[in-house]
Write a protein that binds this ligand. Sequence first.
Ligand code: FE
Length: 362
Amino acid sequence: MKSFMHFIPTKLFVGELSQYSNEFTSFGNRALIVTSNSSLKNDSLNDLTSVLKEKNIEYIVFSEVEENPSLETVEKAFELAKGKVDFVVGLGGGSPMDASKAISILLNNPTINSRDLFEVNSLKPLPIIAIPTTSGTGSEVTQFSVITDNVRKTKITLPTPLFPDIAFLNAKYTQSMPELTTLSTAVDALSHLIEGYLSTGATFISDILAEGGLIKFGECVESLKRREFSYDVRESLLLISCIGGMVISQAKTSIPHTLGYSLTYFKNIPHGYSNGIVLCEYLKFHEDIQKVNKALNLMGFQNIDELKTFLDDVTILEVKLTDEELKSFTKIAFENKAKLKNHPYEVKEEDILKIYKESISN
Ligand code: FE
């Protein structure tokens, strides 16, 4: 067996926040809650502030996180809370959780230039608590914070590892997710399981997690196709997302995420769908056919075409690219060497162009 390290330092709780209220007191008595407007549509913000009040923890709420949060948003939250908080709570989907991680670095290092977030890999953050209200990113158990850089016109994974100290899972917060978000985030979680399973960084343990996640995902396929999201299905999707996060925290994402970033940045396609659009062509390109087939079979699919039929069914949006766009997206993806090296075989620029072309034309 190849040698590997397995490191997920996040304390994970599943259930009601009030059951675990003592956990909040270990980091101080002043919190910044980083969230978006969608947290107002479920009970999460209410539950969180009730627990903080019960524990006499003062809090500031920053609720302006947009999808694919920008460095400008991170700076804005930092200005609001600078010198006033002891820890940060990321509440919402991947965007608020990722933003909360970046903000926590600035709050703990108030004199740095904010662009250092993209360059320096050893900045210490304030303690981070993550509470997901969508089920795709798995950010609650990963070290990743993906922030949009409007200078470079792409999404960048910050180089500093930013595992939350604590994560709380409760499926009731995901119940108000609209259909499109439920489907797109489920495809993101699926993409994490598959990319991690097939990446250079896959380990014995990450494979066992990925295989378990893929089996569980297979159990949700019919419900996703029928758009029937019972509480049990919501709970399964939330756990699948968390497992997907654990997988990529060790094994990382690779080609679909690299190619998906431009579809999100330039064409406004939700992150999960962006991965889903290129996922099947990536699987056709992957040289480890045995492992590709195992991943498909664990979900109950006989071949890539069956997965494609499922993905077409749950992907509500379409994307068209001009030749110019195909060329420039290919160039951007090919320059993302850090991500492409997670693919176990050499990736040429023409391979990327082919994956884009075939994905978009089908
Ligand atoms: Fe993702």
